[in-house]
Design a binder for this molecule. Structure first.
Ligand SMILES: [Zn+2]
Ligand SMILES: [Zn+2]
Length: 201
């Protein structure tokens, strides 16, 4: 079984639902992350309520391609895991820098009884759905575009749990920049309350 993330339409920027774009929902005392390569503020990419908590994904887009944004540990992206019971509210983005995507895409979990993402995609589109509306995968087993880069937790060094895969978006306007047609991969460690993000293309 593969759980696709399919397009669920336009949702409010601060909706507490699975989405890309809009505003991050964060706990009190949260500081918007800066890129450790260029020192500019990162761009908020995705709000992902998952079993382990709420994942919030940021990535630098101030100098696309120059900040090792694809690497889970280089400092060009940042993913957070917030506890599910933490009160979260919309953060104010910094005034300078590339901080927000232009389009908010709601995501709907859609179960497809197939073993891997490409098979699920094929079955789903053969069912009359638009390929552009398949926007990723929720949990299960990651399908790697390149080699397996499953990260170990920076806290406890155990392999992290796969939370989601994100495709760039439905079109150029709503798109996230994963090197063109790359995919982003999100992982969590519930024990350490941490998340990691990387992408491949
Ligand atoms: Zn940067
Ligand atoms: Zn850990």
């Amino acid at each position: 079984m593969v759980t696709l993330l399919t397009y669920a339409g336009d949702v409010p920027a601060d909706a507490p639902v699975l989405r890309t774009g809009g505003l991050p929902l964060v706990p009190g005392g949260f500081a918007w992350p800066d890129c450790s390569e260029c020192d500019g503020p990162m761009m908020f990419h995705a709000h992902l309520p998952v079993d382990e908590g709420v994942v919030s994904v940021f990535m630098c887009q101030n100098e696309p391609g120059l900040c090792e944004e694809w690497d889970p540990a280089a400092g060009g992206n940042r993913a957070y895991l917030f506890p599910r019971d933490a009160p979260l509210r919309a953060a104010n983005p910094p005034e300078e820098g590339e901080t927000l995507l232009t389009v908010v895409n709601g995501l709907r979990p859609t179960e497809v009884p197939q073993p891997e993402y490409p098979d699920a995609l094929e079955a789903w589109t053969e069912g009359g759905n638009d390929r552009r509306d398949a926007l990723g995968q929720l949990a299960g087993t990651p399908f790697w575009l390149q080699g397996d880069e499953h990260p170990d937790c920076p806290g406890c060094a155990r392999p992290m749990d796969f939370a989601a895969m994100l495709e760039p978006g439905r079109d150029y306007q709503s798109g996230m920049n994963f090197g063109g047609d790359g995919w982003g991969y999100v992982f969590t460690c519930a024990a350490c309350v941490r998340a990691s993000f990387l992408w491949q293309c």
